[in-house]
Ligand binder design. Sequence first.
Ligand SMILES: Nc1ncnc2c1ncn2[C@@H]1O[C@@H]2COP(=O)(O)O[C@H]2[C@H]1O
Length: 550
Amino acid sequence: AFIPMVYNCGIVLTCFRSIDVNYLAVWLTLDYLCDLMYVADMIVRVCTGYLEQGILVKDRAQLKKRYLRSSRFLWDLAAVLPTDLLYIVFGIHTPMVRINRILRTPRLSEALDRMETRTSYPNTFRISKLMLYIFVLIHWNACFYFALSSYIGFGADRWVYPNITNPVFASMRRQYFYCFWFSAQIFTTVGDTPLPDREEEYLFMIADLLIAVLVFASIVGNVGNVITSLRDRDNVFFPNHELVKAYLRSHHISKELRKRVSDWYQHLHINKKITRENEILQQLPVQLQTEIAVSVHLSTLSKVTIFQNCETSLLEELVLKLTPQVYSPGEYVCKKGDVGHEMYIIKEGKLAVVADDGVTQFDVLSEGNFFGEISILNIKGNKSGNRRTANIRSIGHSDLFSLSKEDLTDVLSEFPAAKRHLEEKGRQILTKMGMLEDTGEGEAGEAEKVETKLTRLESNLDALQTKLARLMVELESSNSKMLTRVEQLEVEVQALENQLPENEGVEGEGEDERGEGVGQEVEWEREEAEGEEETVDVKKQRIKYVVSYW
Ligand SMILES: Nc1ncnc2c1ncn2[C@@H]1O[C@@H]2COP(=O)(O)O[C@H]2[C@H]1O
């Protein structure tokens, strides 16, 4: 839709076409090609989904209904009405009959807005857009000038277009260029145009000069905006050097230090190092920030040994907390004995672990290595506590990511494996340097064992308490059962005791009878009776024993 609209905006009003008949076929072809594009754009519009309560509507019937009922449709329709039929009345050389084609100008600005949000070079685009608008305006004005000249009469005075019968000014190209130049001179307020002679000419010039003021103001304003936005962009990417320079000068900082600062800024600019990444992405939702940061820094993080086998979630958490830092050659990143507040990951460059003389190198760290973790990890037995164990010096320019103690602690609390790995590496360095207290390690182990034992004992105690409680319950229930049984037995014994004297009497009588009668049988019965008496006694004794026991 963009091209036909620009074409129509520029061409519809062109008065030069009416004169030039040689290109009529070309003009007509272009006209109808543009009309076709308009229709195609209308079809695209019908099929373009829209958001309703945040949900994209794609249903054809709904889309069609919405478009046909909208005012846009009326404008689009009016713009493609076949006004060309008026050629029959006014003749083929009257392109003005197609003036309705410019009714779609709002669509042009819509297309430009969309392009502006998508382009990677918004400032270039803004300037181009401004130039396009100015070009169209100058073009229209040139057409009006030509039409006015034609109305007054070509070559009637110095101000109007020269006589077209003059072969020098006869060609369409010459006519257009002259008019465009005339119009451009007015709009750029150059003011080198011939003085008007007639009132119409004066009116035209006054109107033009008024428009020119606006055009000039908009050019200045837009270009100013572009320059400001370019400066803002630079400020976002690179810290403001001018401010720092002024500060250093006002505080009479030594030349040597000022040079180091300048070198640092120069390095940032030349190598396009961005130190304010987190600020730049702040406006985006966290999820998008994470995805961008992961895709930008993942390659660096994946080279770091501790993060190589880490879960992606750990990397995602980490990546947003990294702060880019750039160090200059010879600069110290850590000084032995300082309190550690952050650890570092090397993105690019080489750094040396140096002795206090700053020259003797113990080790060289490069891309993918990390350092500064020992003083922030609270490793048990670390004799240096939270102090840096070594001096780290940047050999050349180095790009680092720093990770604060708090952020690292937060992240590692959720990822114990990574914590163990870091601590292990720290312990190795400390052991090598003889800065790890063995006893501390042993005590720690002992303390751990005691802790484990205590935990085990506590759990055993819990289990025993539960068992005891269960046993107590069982004991109570069996106790009450026993009591009931004993009471029952006592009742039975009482009953037996009550019965016993009577039986004894009867038996005595019988004994006598037996004694009197058959001697052996009586003896046997006595024995039997004695046996019974004995059983009752035993029973009584046993019951008494049980009762006394309970
Ligand atoms: N010999 C070494 N080799 C490599 N790195 C070291 C060595 N000694 C110290 N470091 C690192 O240098 C860092 C200095 O600060 P930290 O003590 O916090 O943590 C230290 C280690 O990460």
